[in-house]
Ligand binder design. Structure first.
Ligand code: HEC
Length: 221
């Protein structure tokens, strides 16, 4: 069998390293692989399988995922007994929030007030005394001299908190009760809670007014 002049195998057999390098260089310099040659299409069977899976999963989730609602996915949920349970608000927690929002500026986080201006709530006979007096203080505010733990105050006024004309705060009876319940058990105070009903009763009996005085409070038992 005669050698064909253009048989590449013949060239290869004869080729030196340099010759090969030359051949590759010139071939690479001239020729570019077509752009598409680097990519291979996904085999059609896998493409169909994946599309089928995505279609199935999408349909399945749409039908059964319950829009990812926490109510549907709550594994501890009990079958409803009808009426929704009323949300219970912890009066001490609510009262603390209110105290920290407002009362704290004058009576301080320690409940000790500021000597000579803002009387203390910690250990105060007004805070730990009859709730009917305490309710009046916060509902209607306080003006004039008042003695707290043996010291006289009167340089400043205690604001009106209740829902009465001219009140800057307009707290409902529930909020007034909550803040009083809080101050009666904080800083070592150990007096019982004040209920919204108690506040409502005082509010209803007295109606609209402002600024109690020490003498008026002392008349309340
Ligand atoms: C702007 C300052 C200020 C704010 C805010 C304030 N108070 Fe007072 N409070 C006073 C002053 C001043 C007195 C004393 C009034 C007087 O001398 O007649 C007082 C007196 C009192 C008293 C009776 C005296 C005592 O120390 O026991 C109580 C109770 C009281 N405040 C509770 C509260 C509560 C609860 C809040 C928040 C809801 C509050 N105060 C917010 C200034 C303030």
């Amino acid at each position: 069998m005669s050698e064909l002049p253009n048989d590449p195998r013949v060239d290869q057999a004869k080729a030196s390293d340099e010759g090969l390098l030359d051949a590759h260089e010139s071939a690479l310099g001239k020729q570019h692989a077509p752009d598409g040659a680097k990519y291979r299409l996904l085999p059609i069977a896998i493409l169909f399988t994946l599309s089928g899976l995505i279609l199935f999963a999408g349909t399945y989730l749409n039908r059964y995922a319950g829009h990812y609602s926490a109510r549907i996915f709550n594994e501890n949920a009990k079958p409803s007994s009808g009426a929704p349970a009323a949300v219970k608000i912890d009066p001490v927690a609510l009262g603390k929030t209110q105290f920290n929002a407002v009362c704290i500026t004058c009576h301080q986080s320690t409940g000790l007030g500021i000597a000579g201006i803002y009387p203390p709530l910690a250990g105060s006979e007004w805070v730990n005394g009859p709730s009917a007096r305490l309710i009046r203080i916060v509902l209607y505010g306080l003006k004039g001299q008042i003695t707290v733990e043996g010291h006289a105050y009167g340089a400043a006024a205690m604001p009106v908190f209740g829902q009465v004309a001219g009140s800057a705060y307009n707290w409902n009876d529930e909020k007034v009760a909550a803040v009083l319940t809080y101050v009666r058990q904080e800083w070592g105070n150990k007096s019982g809670p004040v209920t919204a009903d108690e506040v409502a009763a005082v509010h209803k009996a007295i109606g609209d007014r402002k600024e109690m005085s020490e003498a008026e409070l002392e008349a309340v038992k």
